[in-house]
Write a protein that binds this ligand. Structure first.
Ligand SMILES: N[C@@H](CCC(=O)N[C@@H](CS)C(=O)NCC(=O)O)C(=O)O
Length: 220
């Protein structure tokens, strides 16, 4: 049966969509938007308790949490080379990087809230924006260091950990200038050139919330 991905273009659901394309799995995309109320229905709440995307209907079950979905897909599909085996010494690093993507995503989410989604701009906090931007840059430094010796997060090459990180870097570059992080910038371009990434981007539709490439901190 075709999988159904509950998705917002430009959000964490891209991780799952991209992985499904890497795995050549058929998928139907069910589209939502953050501000039009489409997440706030009883039907969607039954699928995703916090009313967040991604949620994936697959194999007769419903899954939410992007990291869990990515791991589930890697564990239940074979022949893809996107996850080191449990006994492989790289497996622990794979799990670490898989979830490190959420350390970045939390800061991006807070910055999205401050820059884009607070209904009353007077409630924005320059302190929060500055702090979250700095903390995002610190988290990016960790990736810059990890990429000094290779093209991907794992020395053995491209894996689903890079898929978890991909969308995250795309959004991060709207808040932190990547000229400070040349290895991260080259890595983002490298993974974005993958055919499955490009097919997933075309399939998810245009993102609707970022209206500029870079968001500067407000003048105080
Ligand atoms: N840890 C969750 C976070 C899910 C999440 O917060 N998704 C965002 C999109 S990136 C969302 O659905 N936001 C809607 C909202 O906050 O109302 C995951 O990785 O799946």
């Amino acid at each position: 049966m075709t999988a159904r991905l509950h998705s917002i273009a430009g959000s964490r659901s891209f991780r799952v969509l991209w992985l499904l394309f890497e795995l050549n799995e058929e998928v139907e995309v069910v589209r939502y938007a953050i501000t039009d109320g489409s997440l706030h229905t009883e039907d969607f709440k039954a699928i995703s308790p916090a009313r967040r995307v991604p949620a994936l209907e697959i194999d007769g079950r419903v899954l939410f949490e992007s990291g869990a979905i990515v791991q589930y897909l890697c564990e239940t599909r074979s022949g893809h080379g996107l996850m080191p085996a449990p006994e492989d010494p790289e497996r622990a690093d794979w799990l670490m990087w898989l979830h490190y993507a959420e350390t970045l995503a939390c800061h991006i989410q807070n910055l999205n809230m401050q820059h884009l989604f607070l209904p009353d701009p007077a409630t924005r906090s320059a302190t929060v924006m500055e702090l979250e931007t700095k903390r995002l840059a610190i988290a990016l430094k960790g990736i810059e260091r990890a990429l000094q010796d290779g093209d991907y997060l794992l020395p053995s090459g491209f894996s689903a950990a890079d898929i978890m990180m991909g969308f995250t870097l795309e959004s991060a570059s709207r808040y932190v200038r990547f000229d400070r992080f040349p290895a991260v910038a080259a890595y983002r371009d490298r993974i974005a050139a993958r055919p499955a990434y490009r097919s997933a981007l075309a399939a998810e539709g245009a993102q609707q919330f970022y209206d500029r490439d870079f968001y500067d901190l407000p003048e105080v």
